[in-house]
Design a protein around this ligand. Structure first.
Ligand SMILES: Cc1cc2nc3c(=O)[nH]c(=O)nc-3n(C[C@H](O)[C@H](O)[C@H](O)COP(=O)(O)OP(=O)(O)OC[C@H]3O[C@@H](n4cnc5c(N)ncnc54)[C@H](O)[C@@H]3O)c2cc1C
Length: 537
């Protein structure tokens, strides 16, 4: 590995082998089809925070740079924005939201673009069950709904629900409908898939003595029955093996699920979260999983709504460097364009990733209220490819371009098509390509040692197997490297007790981040934003 963040000096073959495996690398180097390479850049994320925290020993705020607010929300991702939204709903206005980046949104941010906007990470929200009343009220407020059905479940307007065709999978040179590879499945594959489905149905219908479901969103409403939490102690891969599942395509399907939602392989994720993925959004056995709400910007649409509601309270480009508990409350110190500013607060909502707490909260290390090192994150890179036209299908009968387009023989997650939801099926488009670094033990460090050209090469080489014209069609690729993309729900984390401790306030500091659920989801960030807003007022 290159030292000090220098670019990795690798042959192209080494690079492609590391990301895509030897067979793909060999074929790509033989073909050498990267002659027309698009332009682009690495975008986003302020990378100076760690440096500032290491270099600056004391944060002396000039006398005239202090002000007072009842509450400061630190961090403007979904959790922080939700808390701010709740404050405004409750008519509480003596607060400020401090965000590091120029734009709030965190891992739900998006960019406005042509012909449509596009996401940088989160891109969908499943329709919530009726019990998730606050989330339903957000959807009502955003005019995404058109009433309730006879069972009282929210009905989302057709134009906001992911339109068909929703997903397809590329396998041995062709595209097929859906994510489970049905084509060529043997009788044994079919039997195992049906057996897996029976397990899911059982867990969906399971209730504990108090009537709680095994898996439901938000996670706070899940049963804590020992039978269920024991599933957190083994990996999903182990669980599948213990049930006797060996079908390659079933194992792939489950592995895809955990890589997609948690950035972990099935052998790295706990069995509890593996089953949560399949069960938590299914109302009862035999019923489809809840449909997805999406739009070109993905979950950026929720960020935009929140920002619209609370914009006067948001201060962007504010790097919070110190949160200091005092006798009367909490002081928050931030770096504003090179100048230190301070806010005396009664309470703080700390909506940053949990691992940052010991670095930012003064006194945390001396008497830690919870083990911050238990909150471990994985790294991803996300690329947005700007295409002047659609890739040509190789075969007339290929399943058509869908919202989600997955490559079976790739460690990436494939791409989402930004124009899909708008029904723009011809001409220029933007493809958002996702790559979780779960195949690399040192994923994060390595990610930051690859430059734009290397990551763009990985992405184009991967996609060129399905779209041989991708080089000619792509005019630009921008890439976001997410060093701490999402919390890793590995075995023995979710039900280890560390989350419960971290959810308790520490000296007038209330923690709110999706990390506190042990899984990275919009609904979980929303839940913790609401929870802390409620605690504070
Ligand atoms: C690649 C990817 C795809 C995803 N896809 C989906 C999806 O489709 N659906 C879904 O529901 N979820 C998805 N997620 C998860 C989802 O994005 C998160 O659960 C949710 O947005 C987290 O919100 P948050 O507020 O808890 O945290 P974050 O998004 O981490 O927000 C934290 C905020 O704090 C700011 N910050 C950090 N340090 C400082 C500082 N020192 N001072 C001030 N501000 C600071 C950051 O800039 C950021 O804005 C995805 C995540 C990733 C990475």
């Amino acid at each position: 590995m290159a030292a000090g963040g220098a670019v990795m000096k690798l042959t192209r073959r080494d690079l492609l082998t590391a990301f895509l495996g030897a067979p793909i690398a060999m074929a790509a180097c033989r073909e050498g089809n990267e002659s027309t390479f698009p332009v682009g850049e690495i975008v986003g994320q302020n990378a100076t925070l760690g440096h500032v925290l290491r270099e600056m020993r004391s944060f002396e705020v000039p006398e005239g740079n202090w002000e007072a607010k009842k509450v400061a929300i630190v961090g403007g991702g979904i959790a922080g924005l939700t808390a701010a939204w709740k404050f405004r709903k409750e008519n509480f206005n003596d607060f400020v939201l401090l965000e590091l980046e120029k734009e709030p949104g965190g891992t739900s941010k998006s960019t406005k673009g042509e012909p449509v906007g596009y996401p940088w990470a989160a891109h969908y929200l499943p329709v919530p069950f009726k019990e998730n009343t606050e989330l339903v009220s957000l959807l009502d407020e955003m005019s995404l709904t058109e009433g309730r059905d006879s069972a009282g479940e929210v009905v989302v307007k057709e134009q906001f629900l992911c339109r068909e065709p929703e997903e397809r999978v590329f396998y041995k040179g062709r595209w097929y409908e859906g994510l489970y590879l049905g084509i060529g499945a043997s009788e044994d594959d079919k039997r195992q898939f049906a057996g897996f489905q029976r397990h899911i149905d059982e867990w969906v219908n399971w209730r504990d003595a108090s009537g709680k479901r095994a898996f439901v969103v938000p996670l706070a409403n899940c049963s804590t029955d020992a039978e269920i939490t024991a599933l957190d102690r083994i990996s999903f891969g182990d669980w599948l093996r213990r049930q006797g599942f060996t079908s390659e395509r079933l194992i792939w399907f489950c592995d895809y699920a955990t890589r997609d939602d948690y950035g972990l392989k099935a052998d790295q994720a706990s069995a509890w979260v593996g089953l949560f993925y399949f069960c938590s959004r299914v109302r009862k056995s035999g019923v489809e999983s809840q449909p997805f709400i999406t739009c070109p910007e993905g979950n950026g649409q929720f960020v935009n709504h929140f920002v619209d509601k609370v914009k006067t309270h948001i201060r962007p480009s504010q790097m919070v460097v110190s949160v200091v508990p005092t006798e009367n409350g909490v002081d928050v110190i931030c770096l504003d364009d090179g100048e230190l500013r301070g806010i005396h607060c009664e309470k703080v909502i700390f909506a940053l990733p949990m691992f940052t707490a010991p670095y930012i909260i003064r006194g945390f290390r001396d008497d830690p209220p919870f083990a911050a090192t238990e909150f471990q994150h994985n790294a991803w890179f996300v690329a947005n490819l700007f295409l002047k036209d659609r890739p040509k299908p190789r075969f007339a009968k290929d399943f058509p371009m869908s919202w989600d387009n997955v490559l079976y023989e790739s460690p990436s997650l494939g791409y989402v098509t930004a124009t899909h939801q708008k029904g723009i099926d011809y001409g220029p488009t933007i493809l958002t390509y996702y790559y979780p670094m779960c195949h690399e033990p040192e994923g994060r460090t390595k990610l930051f040692n690859y430059d734009w050209k290397q990551l763009a090469d990985v992405c184009l080489t991967d996609l060129s197997r399905a779209h041989s014209d991708i080089y000619e069609l792509t005019t630009r690729i921008d890439i976001m490297r997410w060093g701490h993309a999402m919390i890793s729900p590995r075995p023995n984390f979710i039900w280890s007790g560390v989350r419960e401790k971290a959810m308790k306030p520490y000296r007038s500091i209330h923690f709110a981040h999706t990390d506190l659920s042990g899984i990275a989801l919009f609904e979980e960030a929303f839940y913790h934003g609401l929870r802390t807003a409620g605690e504070v007022i």
